[in-house]
Design a protein. Sequence first.
Length: 231
Amino acid sequence: MGLDEFLNALPEDDDAPLNYASLPELSGLTNPEAEEFGQLWLEWSAERVLELVKRLVTLCEEQPDVEFDSIYKQGLIHASAQVRLSSLSGLDTSEDRSLIRPFCQMMRGDSSPVVRAAAAESLAFLSSLAQAGKLAPRDEKSISDELFGVLENDDELDAVKLKALEAVSVFGGDRLAPYVEVAWSSGDVSARQSSIYAMGRTSDPKWADRVVEDLEHDLVPVRYEATMAIG
């Protein structure tokens, strides 16, 4: 069964259930096939598209041999923020360097702050690949510059900035340190958690005292991040 057969078997009624048993047949679609599938979504309700994408993400978790990246890429440009968010979750461990640009564009300009934060979070995996030398040097520079651009944007929400801080922290360096310091000392619990997480990702021993201190923090989430950072 291929894409054409899958499409022909789809019920026309939005309220009719999709044939989820056949979803594995959509694994490995080419980009043109996924674009054709994405065009069909224009006729679907956002709820139906969201349910499909969520099912695909779950299927990937249950069956590691299936892959729907080309479909998720169509979801990144969907009108529904929830569809974009679910599509990002499907791509959060993808090693595809072509995702750098759309992730950065979403982080900078998506209308939903939740999606912007999720896009920054998705860049964390690609940042790790770049830092490990598995991407081109120009990719590392591009990712780093985009993430620091968010940190330097006074108009951006803190929730987005904190995800950018977590993602860029793997690169370490003097440029990062002031942002980690500010987050750690801000008095905000979420910022404290993100700063400790960032300290751990830098693998820089200069943060050891701060991390050890937070092993005794009053709040469990902060202690958890400190424990993970040391581990």
